[in-house]
Every structure is written in structure tokens, then in C-alpha cells.
Design a protein around this ligand. Structure first.
Ligand code: PXP
Length: 254
């Protein structure tokens, strides 16, 4: 956000979803990362799920090489499973976003439940291990914009919270009143900023639903995936990202 424009993280998981659907070597996740970075992505986001339904272990390494070549951050989304934590340590991304993970879900369905003490301890242990093992790592937690959850989050040595925007995006898509979400997100941002924690957004966003969020100038980073890859089928990945980036550039934070 150094130039006042919110950062655009491109989540390329679903390029791997297409590849895994047929067990082929295409479409190439490396090409997807490269085209994204050449056309305005500020970072690449990938989610290494426990069931490896899209991103594979070798993808993490391959995408890491691309982000390093372009000097842009890799944001690795992950649950706190010890095996995945070890892979994260080996690949040493710039950012890690810790998300809840259930094998049976279609996608991440909501933020981490930090009100559950066992869960909180698991997240705390993972955050501490990652912080002590990866030099300069920045960590975000994927959370709902609820004050009781944010109060627990601030007990942890984190750099950002990524607010789950999935429900907002659904309400927006249905044409319903989404103003309560904007109010919640504003309060969340104020709380987080008071504790020197950055405020990111992600999940379910499209070129249309992201606009009221950009207009409200709440978030300094957005991670968007599924809509981008779907829209790229008809419009191409480069054009889709260029046009989304132009929307971001029309909405500086100040
Ligand atoms: N942020 C987080 C934490 C996610 O889990 C996901 C989905 O992997 C995204 C952003 C991107 O969501 P979408 O693919 O719906 O744009």
C-alpha cells in the first residue's frame, strides 16, 4: 500500500483445480503466477490444503521461485496442521494467512474460531512456531469482523487480520442491503489499527462486490481468486487482472 493503492493479491488455487481435475500438467500454475505478476498483481496467494485438492507441495516451491524472481510477496494460506506448518517453514513465504480448514467444505467457510480455547492454543502455537522459524515472516489470521474474536486475536503476535468477506459478497450478489457489513468492517479496522494490526479482506469477492469495499477505504489488501479465474475463461487472465487493477487504482486509500 506504499503508493496509497490497496494491494491486490491474486489467488491462483483454481488454476490448479482445473489441472487436478484431469491429472494433466496444464494449465500451468507457474504461468498463472507470472501472468498475474506481469499484469498488476501485488502478491500471489495460494492455499495448500490438507487434502491437496488443488495446490500440491511442488506448486509451493514453483510459485515461490516466480514470486522471488518478480520481487513480490508469496502469501501462503494454510491451516495449522503440523505437516503443513513444516512445509511453510521450508518455503519461507513473506506472508502466511492462517485459515480454518475442514476437509468436507467446498472452500474456507468462515474465519478462525478463536473463542474456542483449544483452537486458540493451536493457532497460538502455530503462530509462535512460524514466527520463530521464518525470518521476517508476517502473519495474518482469517477472521470474522466480530469484536470478541478480534479481542482474542490481538493477544497473538500477528501482523494483520484478513476479514472474511464471504457473507458480504453473497448479500451483495443477492442485491440486498449490505450496509451493516461496511459498518462492522469499519469498526474492525479501527480496532485493529489501534493495535497496530493491518486490515486485509478476502473471500467471495468479484469485480463488482469489491467496489463498495474499495470506496469505503477500509482494507489495505484484498485476496481474490475464484472470480478472477472464472472470468479469465472468457476474458483472459491478463485482461481480467489489468481491469481489476485499474479499479483498485481508481480507489486510493487517501
Ligand atoms: N482469502 C482466504 C483466506 C481464502 O481462504 C480464500 C479462498 O481460498 C480467498 C481469500 C480467496 O477467495 P475467493 O477464491 O472466493 O476469491
Amino acid at each position: 500500500m506504499s503508493n496509497g493503492i490497496p494491494r491486490l493479491g491474486i489467488n491462483i488455487d483454481h488454476v490448479a483445480t482445473l489441472r487436478q481435475a484431469r491429472g494433466e500438467e496444464y494449465p500451468s500454475i507457474v504461468d498463472a503466477a507470472q501472468v498475474s505478476l506481469l499484469n498488476g498483481a501485488d502478491q500471489i496467494t495460494i492455499h495448500l490444503r490438507e487434502d491437496r485438492r488443488h495446490i500440491q507441495d511442488y506448486d509451493v516451491e514453483a510459485v515461490r521461485l516466480v514470486t522471488k524472481r518478480y520481487g513480490k510477496p508469496l502469501n501462503l494460506e494454510m491451516g495449522v496442521n503440523p505437516e503443513i506448518v513444516e512445509i511453510a517453514i521450508a518455503s519461507s513465504p513473506e506472508w502466511i494467512c492462517i485459515v480454518p480448514e475442514k476437509r468436507e467444505e467446498k472452500t474456507t467457510e468462515g474465519g478462525l474460531d478463536l473463542l474456542d480455547d483449544d483452537n486458540f492454543i493451536r493457532v497460538e502455537e502455530a503462530v509462535k512456531k512460524l514466527k520463530s522459524s521464518i525470518k521476517d515472516i508476517k502473519i495474518s489470521l482469517f477472521l470474522e469482523a466480530k469484536i470478541e474474536t478480534l479481542l482474542r486475536a490481538k493477544e497473538l503476535p500477528i501482523d494483520a487480520v484478513e476479514i472474511h468477506t464471504g457473507e458480504f459478497a453473497q448479500v451483495f450478489a443477492n442485491g440486498d442491503d449490505y450496509s451493516k457489513f461496511i459498518e462492522q468492517y469499519k469498526s474492525a479496522r479501527e480496532f485493529l489499527n489501534n493495535h497496530k494490526i493491518a486490515c486485509h479482506a478476502g473471500h467471495g469477492l468479484t469485480d463488482e462486490s469489491v467496489v463498495p469495499l474499495l470506496e469505503s477505504k477500509i482494507f489495505e489488501e484484498y485476496n481474490i481468486g475464484h472470480w478472477i479465474i472464472c472470468h479469465s475463461l472468457f476474458n483472459g487472465l491478463a485482461n481480467t487482472i489489468k481491469s481489476l487493477k485499474a479499479t483498485f487504482e481508481a480507489h486510493p486509500l487517501k
